[in-house]
Design a protein around this ligand. Structure first.
Ligand code: T46
Length: 145
């Protein structure tokens, strides 16, 4: 991710992790709730083994869930759409994540073979929180004040 990148889409932002660079013995990254992550972390999940370079993940928005998305290995492209503005971000820096707030349509593509996505979430899994239909998403966004 470009260091000077500004996120123009609503309900998003860059999240910086604290890290210790200890090369060649490794790097250590830290994510603490309310310090580096702007919500209390209730769930952690990660996605790996992205052997299909044409894989497309996401294609939804959340009604109430807040998430912080990191690419902790390799790279992928994150497409964000708040219903008005769209933005495409190359994710390739483990220390710089993206806040996925509410009503933000997100899609992930162009995964490198070694890509690992790490997601910190503000709540337990709840399928009813997902908006998986793009037309419904636009209706929700346009109905909001
Ligand atoms: C998101 C992006 C960034 C569960 O049962 N529990 C869970 O905690 C999660 C995350 C998923 N699932 C089930 C729901 C589906 O049957 O796992 C299956 C695959 O989930 P999904 O197709 O939603 O995966 P992605 O990669 O499209 O989306 C995921 C998260 O679900 C989503 O909240 O914002 O990563």
């Amino acid at each position: 991710m470009n260091k000077s990148l500004k996120l123009r889409v609503r309900n998003s932002g860059v999240i910086e992790l604290h890290f210790f660079k200890d090369l060649p013995d490794g790097n250590l990254f830290i994510a603490e709730s309310r310090k580096h992550i702007p919500f209390d972390i209730k769930r952690v999940y990660f996605i790996n083994s992205l052997a299909n370079p044409k894989a497309v993940r996401g294609k939804h928005a959340h009604r109430t869930l807040e998430q912080a998305l990191f690419c902790i290995s390799g790279s992928f492209v994150l497409h964000l759409d708040d219903g008005r503005a769209k933005q495409r971000i190359t994710m390739n820096n483990a220390a710089r994540g993206v806040r996925l707030g509410t009503f933000l349509w997100h899609t992930m593509t162009s995964f490198s073979y070694d890509c690992v996505l790490l997601v910190l979430a503000s709540a337990a899994f709840d399928e009813s929180d997902y908006i998986r239909d793009y037309k419904t998403f636009l209706e929700c966004v346009r109905a909001a004040p």
